[in-house]
Design a protein around this ligand. Sequence first.
Ligand code: G6P
Length: 442
Amino acid sequence: MKKGVKIVTIGGGSSYTPELVEGFIKRYDELPISELWLVDIPAGEEKLNIVGSLAKRMVEKAGLPIEVHLTLDRRAALKDADFVTTQFRVGLLDARAKDERIPLKYNVIGQETNGPGGLLKGLRTIPVILEICKDMEELCPDAWLVNFTNPAGMVTEAVLRYSNIKKVVGLCNVPVGIRMGIAKALEVEPERIQVDFAGLNHMVFGLDVYLDGVSIMDEVIEKMANPDTSVTMKNIVNLGWEPEFLQALKAIPCPYHRYYYKTKEMLEEELEAANTVGTRAEVVKQVEAELFELYKDQELAIKPPQLEKRGGAYYSDAACNLINSIYNDKRDIQPVNTRNNGAIASIEDDSAVEVNCIITKDGPKPISVGDLPVAVRGLVQQIKSFERVGAEAAVTGDYNTALLAMTINPLVPSDKVAKEILDEMLEAHKEYLPQFFQTVEA
Ligand code: G6P
């Protein structure tokens, strides 16, 4: 009999945690978790206690022998962990609001994981994830790191290149969101839809779509072009696509591609929102406040439906399915971020890609796609260049490297604008960027 599974969730005070707990409860028979440790930092202690109490009520209601521990002591939690999930936001939503607002001043897309916002989130996040990796090497060297923290692509790339943790998988809910969106558009059960995913995180394409194993690409392209049936996430405005563009592309873009192939319209929408309802982070702060009020209710012992208002809905399916399949060596197919190993020809072997993988007890085995369509492989390579240079800047704290990353991002129009944005954003996030502002010891 296998011992009970120890799960550690760093960023345990997140409003998403009830979805993760629900996912573990649903799968307990196959995935017998004995300990769930929710870890946060002192600034998140109140949230940790609110969410942690709800997690305990959910487990108790399910009548399962899962010990739920709440702690600010990451090292105590990590000891002998089997899986470590990471879902933290350095600087919280206020930092994200700056990532979304400052680029708009320069007529550049302001977004959580793309463009200047994605770079600065990476610069804030990567040093923290690498510290977590160092703790894991010492305290749970055989554990799997399952990372949700954004920008998940750049973060997974950084862990692969700058840590000794090789058992790392980057996760996102965009692929499951695309599959659910196509099923909804076609009015069929999601289980009947399969998608050949390939690309990078938030830069992934559906190279083919199957209904009961039969390719239905033409029908799906027609649905994707129509704003009424096109696929998006709660956090991305649904602008549809030009039918002829998709018909020529012969692949399904992900919702985030709108920032690259509809930049003009998305920027107009962002500027309008920033001057009216607020940026996405400012809107989400309201949703967060509502959720935590709900979570305080001692009578609540389920994941509240209001959580579906967040863009990250269904992420627990991705996380729990992955952990379950590794633990049980299920060898099912899931889209995850992992070392390319030749799966996508135009991306280097040792970089992280988001692609369908066979999930085994030894982790994801990427399924080769040959290559991406000629029309889009250049953008994917450019974003991979951006991720690699951004990760290097995060690790070195070198200003020029950060400027190089900002300048080569396709959403930034020139090196001059890149420098203006970078200078303002580094200053705005100073307290979370010690690698750029550490004073040289006299
Ligand atoms: C999407 C992405 C996540 C992102 C989230 C934002 O689903 O997959 O990586 O963090 O939405 O949602 P929010 O509700 O915070 O804007």
